[in-house]
Design a protein. Structure first.
Ligand code: DX5
Ligand code: ZN
Length: 216
């Protein structure tokens, strides 16, 4: 069963609590939280304070996607704020295993993310240590960008290695996911679809989620 993780980046931040409740009722599996620092990506968004304040709003796992430099310095703060999954970019740290271990030591599920131009081979050595691999299908920084088609073979490659090695991490995709692109991701092996604009830009979030899943 494919999971759906609405990205609150495209929500109305003036009523963030209601927006989260709305997608929870609409059938979301995770709430995807995009953390940006204005250095690793050219945008600034959410800190641990916001994660802490949305934590009591929902029972769903908070899937916290760190797009920040020096992620090791903030893992503990996001874990204590209530993150259930924390993903770090391979490109953001030279000590990836250490970052993953720090996440696990907090009792949180650990994920690793790669940008569209980063080869899958660079995360091959960490596959056995993670709960989730997130493949960016846009360059991170903004919602509403166009899906980068060349990532699809990379989804297939990661899914192949997972099967070959008997591993069970989830494969998540993020960026430009909508009713036209979701199927190609799921067919290639994606288990979790992050979608921001395709859900929050629609009035009826239940219908928006169903439309994406119906086309997979
Ligand atoms: C991009 C973020 C995504 C973004 C997806 O940097 O990581 O989670 O919100 O937005 P859409 O679905 O609109 O491409
Ligand atoms: Zn994201």
């Amino acid at each position: 069963m494919t999971k759906i993780a609405p990205s609150i980046l495209s929500a109305d931040f003036a009523k963030l609590g209601e927006e989260i409740k709305d997608v929870e009722t609409a059938g979301a599996d995770y709430i995807h939280v995009d953390v940006m620092d204005g250095h690793f990506v050219p945008n600034i968004t959410i800190g641990p304070l916001i994660v802490d304040s949305i934590r009591p709003i929902t029972e769903l796992p908070l899937d916290v996607h760190l797009m920040i430099e020096n992620p090791e310095n903030y893992i503990s703060a996001f874990a204590k704020a209530g993150a259930n999954i924390i993903t770090v970019h391979q490109e953001s740290t030279v000590h990836l295993h250490r970052a993953v271990q720090m996440i696990k030591n907090e009792g949180v599920k650990a994920g690793v993310v790669i940008n569209p131009a980063t080869p899958a081979e660079l995360i091959q050595p960490i596959l056995a240590d993670v709960d989730l691999i997130l493949l960016m299908t846009v360059n991170p920084g903004f919602g509403g960008q166009e899906f980068i088609e060349s990532v699809v073979p990379k989804i297939r490659q990661i899914a192949h290695w997972r099967q070959e090695q008997g591993l069970s991490f989830e494969i998540e995709v993020d960026g430009g996911v909508n009713k036209d692109t979701a199927k190609r991701c799921v067919d290639a092996g994606a288990d979790v679809l992050v979608a921001g604009s395709a859900i929050f830009n629609q009035q009826d979030r239940k219908k928006a989620i169903e439309t994406i899943l119906y086309h997979t």
